[in-house]
Each structure stands twice: as C-alpha cells, then as structure tokens.
Design a protein around this ligand. Structure first.
Ligand code: AMP
Ligand code: MN
Ligand code: MN
Length: 327
C-alpha cells in the first residue's frame, strides 16, 4: 500500500466504468449520505454504480435525495471494476455487502476512523475529518467531479449527523466552510432539512427512551452512566435497530458523566456496546479495541459474545479500571 492522494482516486474513478459503493452495517447518516453523494456524482460522470448496505436504506433516512439507489446487496456476488468502502473502520463491518463483491480490480477505502488499519489498495483515512462526508466533499471538489443539489443535501446530512449538529470536538472552521458551501452551492433549505433529520422521529423512539431510562445505572461517582436494551423490551415496543441511534447522548449530556455506555442485546448471541466519552483522556476506542471493536477516541463500539448481564459486568469493570487510572 502506498500513500493515496485525491488525484490518484480521481484518476481511478475516471478510468473505470463499474463501481460498487459500500458502507458499514447498522449504517448512520454519514455512511448513507456519503454513499449516495459519491454514487450520484459517479452516475453523472456516466458510470455504472451499485450502492449497497447490508441493512439497505433505513426508514429514517429514506428522505435523502435518490435514497432508492441504496439497496441491500444481492444474494449472488457481482463483479465490478472498483469497490469503494466508505466510513467503515474494519473491513468485516461491511457485512454481507463485502460478500456481494465477486471480484474487484481495485478496493478503495475512504474513512475517518483512527482505528482503520488501512485495508484495500487505495486508502484515504483522515481522522481529522469529523465525517466521511467531509472527505467526499473534498474529493469531489478537488477532482472537479459532478456536484448538484442532491449531492449537497446528502453530504450535509452526512456531516450534520456525524458532528452531532456541528458540536463534536473535531468540528472545525473547515467543517463550517464546507457546510456553508453545501448550503450556498446546493441551495439547501436548512430548516426543512433539520426537521427531516431531527424532528421526524417515530413515537416509538421516545417510548424506547423511556424504557432505557428505567435501566439507567451510574457508577464511579456518577462519572460512568449506562443503560441496556434487551431483545424482549425491543420486541415489546416494536422498535427497529435504527430507533436507538443517538439515545446514548442523553447519558453523555449529564454534567458529571465522562463515559456513557449503551448495551444492546442482539439476536446472534452477542451484545452491541456503544460508548461515548467527553474527555480525550478517556479513550473509548482503546477500550472497545480490547474487545475487538473500534471507532474514535470519543465514540466507539464493539460486539461481544455473551449475555447482557455478562457483557455489562465485564465492560463496566474495564471502564472502572480506566477511570480509576485517570483520576
Ligand atoms: P455507534 O456507537 O454504533 O454509533 O458507533 C460509534 C463509532 O464506533 C462509530 O464511528 C462506529 O463506526 C464505531 N464502531 C461501532 N461499532 C464498532 C465495531 N463493532 N467495530 C469497530 N468500530 C465500531
Ligand atoms: Mn458511521
Ligand atoms: Mn462517520
């Protein structure tokens, strides 16, 4: 692997015809928005583009322009010239989308997770970018690739959601400059878009929050807060996996809390752990990496085999050690 530049990627995009654009399982706004934005730009260049995610398009992001382009991968593998993984820290987080690529001459990996090991033939991993959408914007602009309203709206959704509405620490002046250009050049209606992004939740999401708050636990003098979701509660409420995205922020928003944790029982005998930190000294990515996961210093996750109670115990013990060392 050699150092990849935007020019290298621009050349590969122009020189090939058949593309597949993939992102991680349990996608977020950054994954889906980045995929659609790059796909639309390549389509305008006259390219043939597949846009696949294991989970398909989520209901809550189905308002994104041209959302219908994003589908679940087909059961039988397909051959492409170039496969592009976006926003995906480790290759196996591509899930079934990875298996749907029979062969690809070139694998491109574009991401902003510091834990990304740099899989693939061409790699751009920029941890200073608060969203993969920001890297896609810079790629499109630097290479003079097609850009229009639909691309702008997808990129704005990617950046707005992954920065927690322009609040997380790696939100920079550059992020605001890019957002300004998306609004100006894309002719975006921010009021309408924000309502679609942040004020269009189904009622069951708040009913879920009510149940999560009942399980809320504080340890380490209220510096660590956690809550849990069992399969039974999820079934009783009829919630979708996507309904819990962002609910952990309620724990992080408590003044005393430094580390917030969400434990979600999964159907495959594993527990999904989602972590947030408010302090660079408490690197939740390092903790998750110990359990085979990854992410960013202040937001990370892992999937661990075991019962909800076992994983909760093991994790809180590990966090206790780290918090003690830091205090
Ligand atoms: P989440 O808590 O699911 O919103 O994820 C927080 C961050 O951690 C995201 O940037 C994810 O890409 C990353 N992440 C979550 N789960 C995993 C995992 N199992 N392995 C590697 N990275 C993960
Ligand atoms: Mn993501
Ligand atoms: Mn991201």
């Amino acid at each position: 692997m050699t150092l990849t530049t935007f020019d290298d990627i621009g050349r590969v995009l122009r020189e090939h015809q058949h593309f597949a654009i993939l992102s991680h399982v349990r996608p977020d706004g950054d994954a889906l928005g980045s995929q659609l934005a790059l796909a639309l730009s390549l389509q305008q260049l006259g390219k043939d583009v597949r846009v696949w995610n294991e989970d398909g398009m989520l209901e809550k992001y189905s308002f994104l322009p041209r959302a219908e382009l994003l589908t679940k991968p087909p059961a039988t593998a397909d051959n492409v010239d170039v496969a592009i993984a976006l926003d995906t820290a480790i290759q196996n987080r591509l899930g079934t989308a990875f298996g749907a690529i029979g062969s690809a001459k070139i694998w491109i990996n574009i991401d902003h997770h510091p834990s990304n090991p740099g899989y693939g033939d061409m790699v751009i991993v920029d941890p200073s970018a608060p969203a993969t959408g920001e890297i896609i914007f810079r790629l499109i602009k630097s290479q003079g690739l097609p850009f229009n309203h639909d691309i702008a709206e997808n990129l704005y959704a990617a950046i707005s959601t992954d920065t927690g509405s322009f609040q997380y620490p790696n939100t920079s002046a550059r992020t605001f400059e890019i957002a300004a250009e998306l609004v100006r050049a894309g002719g975006l209606n921010i009021g309408q878009l924000s309502q679609l992004l942040y004020e269009s939740y189904p009622r069951r999401r708040l009913e879920l929050l009510r149940e999560l708050l009942r399980t809320m636990r504080f340890t380490e003098h209220d510096r660590v807060a956690s809550f849990t979701l069992s399969l039974k509660t999820a079934a009783d409420l009829g919630v979708l996996p996507e309904d819990n995205e962002g609910l952990i922020d309620h724990l992080r928003a408590i003044r005393s809390v430094i580390v917030a944790v969400f434990f979600e029982e999964l159907k495959d005998g594993k527990v999904r752990v989602s972590m947030r930190s408010k302090n660079e000294a408490f690197d939740v990515c390092a903790i998750c990496q110990k359990f085979g996961g990854g992410g960013h210093t202040l937001a990370a996750g892992a999937r661990i085999r075991g019962s909800l109670a076992e994983v909760e115990e093991k994790f809180l013990e590990e966090i206790r050690e780290v918090v003690k060392r830091g205090s």
